[in-house]
Design a protein around this ligand. Sequence first.
Ligand code: COA
Length: 423
Amino acid sequence: MSATDLELRAIESKADEESYAACISAAFGTHMPQDVFDFEIDAIGRDHTLAAFEAGEVVGTSAWFELELSLPGGGVTTGAGVTSVTTLPTHRRRGVLTALMKRQLGDFTESGLTCSLLTASEGGIYRRFGYGVGTYKCRYTLDKRLARLRPDAPGVAPGDEGAEGRVRIVTTDEAAKVFPEVWGRARLLRPGEVSFPDPFWTTNFRSPQPSWANIDDDKRFFAVYEERGVVLGCVDYQVVGRQNQRVVDLSLLISTTPSAYLALWRYLIGIDLTAAVETRQRPVDEPLRQLLADPRQLEMSGFQDGLWVRPLDLVRLLEARSYAPGLPGRLALGVRDTLFPQLEGVYAIEVDAVGAASVTRAGSGVSADLDLDVADVGSVLLGGVSFAALRQAGLVVENRTGATWRADALFTADVAPYLTIGF
Ligand SMILES: CC(C)(COP(=O)(O)OP(=O)(O)OC[C@H]1O[C@@H](n2cnc3c(N)ncnc32)[C@H](O)[C@@H]1OP(=O)(O)O)[C@@H](O)C(=O)NCCC(=O)NCCS
């Protein structure tokens, strides 16, 4: 087989669907329950799949959905969220993925999407297709026997005299209503977060949870923090382990204000009969560290790439975000793109005093302040990777003295970019 023998198209029939599901199951090494597959395909839609067929059999899969990506400064852009990427194990390393990626990215560009986004099963796959790491994630362990909040930590504990808000444990049904609503506000506050289609939330609250979610419904709890009846944050956790080894296993903490953030952490730390709080994925700048009397008690582990960003329409993408206010001027980026050479060029970003930008693709003869690969534009876009680090790695070339420093000053975000929920 060569990549040219492949037919690339969306799945159409029930037979296509079965072959598509079989490819995904074999590639991930786990049989996907039929009801989970049916649910996902209904949610995504057959027309949003792309499969590679060889003699009528699906040997490669991919799917996508439209989503909004939050950007520094509170803006959003519409991109493609790519998911279900697999090649049948009997057909690996023969160019199936490459064929799917090229077709898909070309289609996204034609549809006017500014970027393609994904979370990767392995870190070595996607840079060759122009994706750069835009966000990072990690896990934390807080040993409650040693950890204390600083005595001058702001606010008062919910429920104490003078407290404005309260934490309330809610049922799964209430959580299923409230969480998406809080999330809709919270996602705009941090670059890297994306809008989730409703089916994500339905899956999140369905019972029983699929085995890979590692959630035991009998031990799962939801709580919200509210002030004057308005929910400002929420947590999803389970208490796991035995006797004095029990820990709070935190799946999700969403907050829209510092008061909600602090109140929910106070709540989690205060849960009796537990020795530690262990988080699943969290942002790398977890503010809890600043609130601890001994910050070392918050142990970080599992540092890893989160969201990968593949710029497609650089003009609209770079214009959609804000830049640091108070630094008006021009920065010209020379962008290389081996997969889509038609996107290469010098992109001049003209930033005004409040940080809004207009971007033009400069004609030939215009020199760039910095040269870099399109994947690295994906990395710096959200402010989570610095031009300086890329330059030290030899991936950014500085053509004008001081341009790296200026670029970092402009591109920095007021909060570390992060993607809460993978797709
Ligand atoms: C990852 C996967 C889709 C790759 O598919 P594939 O059809 O074998 O990929 P291709 O043949 O098009 O490979 C393209 C290039 O990527 C490289 N590559 C492929 N998979 C890679 C991996 N896991 N790690 C590093 N490099 C990889 C290939 O060596 C090849 O490099 P080259 O262009 O220098 O020769 C496939 O291995 C798979 O299904 N894995 C299990 C499921 C999975 O992890 N999916 C990704 C979900 S995010």
